[in-house]
Design a protein around this ligand. Sequence first.
Ligand code: ARG
Length: 461
Amino acid sequence: MALWGGRFTQGPDQRFKDFNDSLKFDYRMAIEDIEGSQAWAQALAQVGVLTAEECTRLEAALAELKAEAEQNLTAIATAGDEDIHSYVERRLIEKVGDLGKKLHTGRSRNDQVALDLKLWCAKAGARIAHSLTALERELITVAKAHVEDIFPGYTHLQRAQPVTFGHFVMAYAQMFERDYQRLQHALRLIKSSCPLGSAALAGTAYPIDRDSLAQALGFDEGSANSLDAVSDRDHVLELLSCAAISMMHLSRLSEDLIIYNSGEAHFVELSDAVTSGSSLMPQKKNPDALELIRGKCGRVCGALAGMLVTMKALPLAYDKDLQEDKERLFDAMDTWHDCLDMAALVFSGLKLRKEEAFKAAQGGYSNATELADYLVARGVPFREAHGIVGKAVLYAIEKNKALEDLSVDEFEQFHPSIGGDVYEALELHHLIHKRQVKGGTAPDAVRTQIAALEDKLASRA
Ligand code: ARG
């Protein structure tokens, strides 16, 4: 049953219908459409468009429809209706007859779809928040186990200064915590205003208390401008942007672990559960889970770019272009969710190869800054110390030695104040424990960092 057709003398071309219909993807908003319809029935009853008895009957039929939808959501996709709104209305009329035809009074699919999508975004966002928290918890578990384990720290992908593996893992936990906070901001904004009652574009003609209606649906208030409300998709952009940023974090994490897991580094070992073999090369164990996460970042960033382009230059108010918001949003949110869960799975089976990591941290002259600090403690200005140590490193490279392998005599050539106590200063554990500052890599500082994040997570489901 089409929701329109009175002014048409011809039916749609099948090819146009296939092109235009959105039920095959917007069926995913069935529950939200029904919940919005229940609230709308009540609003219509309050202004006398429906009797209390009619409202009760409509609500009961809608509740039945909701239960059916919850049972088998995907079955709706192939029901043949133009979109989810047409589907719900047709099924309602099947259940309650002509009374069902009253529900659309004063409402348009334009405010209806705007509402449905906002409700969908709120639910999808809550699900993601849960996955972000679960990933953070997994990272904390891994970090706690490796607060003392030394790992090479990089800048420019050159070994720079040693850190602990716990510190490295917590860097990503902090990114995912920001993703969580960012998402919460977006969700708060989504729930601040409700578009229902904006009708097609000019506002409904019935004297509905839109603020009460909004509150019944979990929003703060009715939207302030009907033209804006029916064509606003900022919430889609905001969620996509949250998703894109978080996927970028997941992709960086994947890249780091892929490098650390490679034969060249081999500081970590991925579990068999998240790797796959090669059909040709029997020795291979490929980091597919991480590569897929890294790859899917492109897909989610593409959804954000695509939606921005769809919105650009869109005239007020509703235009059918807006129907293009859903598939990419649904796909991006599904992808984000799956990648968060997959990253948690990767971490749950990740092994640190402590000795290899320690050895790598020792190489690459990553304790050179310590030698400079040692000189500073003996009165040498830092810039001068930097130059002296640079020469010592060059000398050590020529001799194919680490800094700590140089003798005191050799060190003295570079500065007379270097004595036998230099070796302790160059020792990696010593170096790590010196970085006690807030946010530093010293085990105690990392423990403090972990405790602070655990506090934040404690109250979350
Ligand atoms: N399927 C449409 C969408 O997703 C629903 C709104 C249709 N409104 C209209 N005036 N044709 O945007």
